[in-house]
Design a protein around this ligand. Structure first.
Ligand SMILES: Nc1ncnc2c1ncn2[C@@H]1O[C@H](COP(=O)(O)OP(=O)(O)OP(=O)(O)O)[C@@H](O)[C@H]1O
Length: 554
């Protein structure tokens, strides 16, 4: 069954023939020809050609800053190309806004989900498209029809806040299908999913293409791309450098096509763990009150110690208390109880700034909200959070010359692709923003690094470099609290691995002896023979302590 709903008229370019709309459509869903897009000091896309066959999954790969997002923003009408043509289903089109692209059957699922937590799935889906099927039974029936057709398993009447990450992603996909999308653009869709969820998403993508829909997705994950894509286009420094056939390409060849270097591996078993405690957390408990006035524990009796030279990895599906744990250690949220001893000192009453000055570095989960001042230049972002420290200040004064010189050094050493240090952080590509943050935090030689998704959105080459930098610092005594959705990264970098579920540390795993699949199961609450599980049945009951919601008690 082919589903079609049309939210508006697809604006065909006036140069097309009058019969254009009646012409038999081409086998290609999308053809981009000679796309060029310039920003001040950067050519983001230079004469790019891409052909995407209808009914296929097409992966777009490339180093950070290669120009992938820019190209997709052009296809989705968010940006206008300086040169080049866009052809959809054989018709030349011209987009000025995403609305124009949507009218031509293009939908985009962004990396940061855009759903309203306190609305139901149905309300979220119909929001802004009430004219299509109303807001009641017709809309509900349409949602069910789409959900059944593509195996999305979306229930219209549940609250979005009660959904896990993978369910939210399916709602986002359904939302664009509801608006009539036949061509879906997914921006790094697997970055936040555990392996089992990735498999389920790929099943959904196969269903979509079986119905003749076309999927274009951006990814840095070589293995995943090879397993699901029909075609791969690699772009480097703004131009198409090649296409790869997944059936006959190895991950190593693909990595080389992308970055021209060896495929890195995070595996390392050499231990540098000492018996000197750097951070000891005991009985950490934090509650939150939701809009209905219900108090629930978001951290519920967390205990651990990280020693000098140790990486403690925390595995967990997002929303199980990891963000709150970081906020607790950094003093950004009120603790109900518990102790925090850092480098022999009780820091529970210290302000965040003092904790940083004392030697805690942070690579935050949300780089836009907590890691960068997007509208400020790179050199100001270099100072951010470290105003009182060298080389940014001398005595009571800022030392701008030294801060600028050090920003240049970070740009060089961390390979931040930018025309200069005076451009805004907003103008960097996502992966390059991440490299700037990692460079800044590592520069201060912290004693403890809290690294939340340190290589999220970063390409394979830069990822290997960041892993090396963390390992090198660990050899010199750095203690690391690593929170990551990349299970290869967690297993490869951690000396100690613990699983967080519903605000508690529920199981320990030996990184040398666990697979990503086993770890993924433990994160979703299932027991596994390769983990040491703790008793979680006495979870404090303060009116529902389920930050994720909807889960079963273990
Ligand atoms: N609004 C903008 N202003 C100025 N420069 C920009 C802007 N958007 C992107 N760029 C620049 O264009 C280039 C391509 O960026 P783009 O975000 O398309 O890369 P990407 O391949 O998606 O990278 P990543 O994998 O890191 O997300 C980069 O050099 C980036 O700094």
């Amino acid at each position: 069954m082919l589903l079609r709903s049309s939210p508006g008229e697809c604006a065909i370019k006036p140069s097309s023939s009058p019969q254009a709309a009646d012409r038999p459509s081409s086998p290609n869903a999308v053809e981009l020809r000679g796309i060029t897009k310039r920003f001040p000091g950067v050519v983001a896309n230079h004469d790019i050609d891409i052909t995407v066959t209808r009914g296929t999954v097409h992966a777009l790969m490339g180093e950070n800053g290669a120009g992938k997002s820019t190209l997709m923003k052009i296809l989705y009408g968010m940006q206008k190309p300086d040169e080049g043509t866009i052809t959809i289903d054989g018709q030349d089109v011209s987009f000025h806004t995403p609305g124009d692209a949507i009218a031509c059957g293009i939908g985009m699922v962004h990396q940061h989900f855009m759903l309203a937590d306190y609305l139901t799935v149905l309300e979220n889906v119909v929001l802004g498209s009430e004219k299509l099927y109303g807001i009641g039974d017709r809309a509900r029936a349409k949602i069910k029809e789409i959900s059944d057709a593509y195996g999305l398993n979306v229930r219209p009447d549940v609250m979005v806040e009660d959904l896990g990450v993978a369910d939210r992603q399916r709602v986002e996909i359904l939302k664009v299908l509801y608006r009539g999308a036949r061509i879906l653009i997914l921006d790094e869709p697997t970055a936040v999913l555990v392996p089992q969820e990735v498999d389920a998403l790929f099943d959904n993508l196969r269903e979509l293409k079986a119905e003749g829909l076309t999927v274009i997705f951006i990814s840095h994950k070589l293995g995943e791309v090879l397993s699901v894509a029909d075609d791969i286009t690699v772009i480097r420094r703004g131009t198409t450098v090649g296409t790869a056939d997944p059936a006959s390409t190895t991950p190593k060849q693909l990595a080389e096509l992308m970055v021209g270097s060896e495929l890195p591996s995070p595996e390392t078993r050499e231990s540098t763990v000492t018996d000197v405690p750097m951070l000891t957390v005991e009985g950490l408990r934090m509650t939150a009150t939701d809009p209905d006035g219900v108090v629930r524990a978001v951290l519920d009796g967390i205990d651990f110690t990280i020693h000098q030279g140790e990486v403690l990895g925390i595995a967990g599906v997002e929303g199980n208390g990891q963000s709150e744990l970081v906020e607790a250690i950094m003093g950004m949220r009120h603790l109900d109880s518990g102790t925090l001893v850092f480098d022999g000192e009780d820091i529970a009453a210290l302000p965040t700034r003092k904790r940083r000055e004392d030697g805690i570095g942070v690579i935050p989960e949300d780089r836009h909200r907590h890691g960068l001042l997007l509208e400020a230049p790179l050199w100001e972002n270099r100072i951010l959070g470290h105003v009182t420290e060298r080389p940014n200040s001398k005595g009571a004064f800022l030392d701008l010359r030294a801060a600028r010189a050090d920003t240049e050094r970070i740009v060089r050493e961390y390979d931040v692709r930018t025309p200069g240090i005076d451009v805004t952080a907003a103008s960097l590509s996502g992966g390059n923003q991440q490299k700037l943050i990692v460079g800044r935090e590592m520069s201060h030689r912290p004693k403890l690094l809290i690294a939340a998704h340190p290589t999220r959105g970063v390409d394979v080459g830069a990822q290997a470099q960041i892993w090396d930098q963390i390992r090198e610092a660990r050899r010199e005594g750095l203690a690391v609290l690593l929170i990551s959705a990349d299970l290869d990264e967690l297993i490869g970098l951690s000396d100690t691995l613990r699983v967080m579920y519903r605000g508690r540390l529920v199981a320990d795993a030996d990184p040398a002896d666990i697979t990503p699949e086993e770890l993924g199961s433990a994160m979703t609450g299932a027991a596994s023979g390769h983990l040491e599980h703790h008793d979680a049945t006495d979870a404090a009951d303060t009116g529902g302590d389920d930050p994720q919601g909807g889960g079963e008690d273990r």
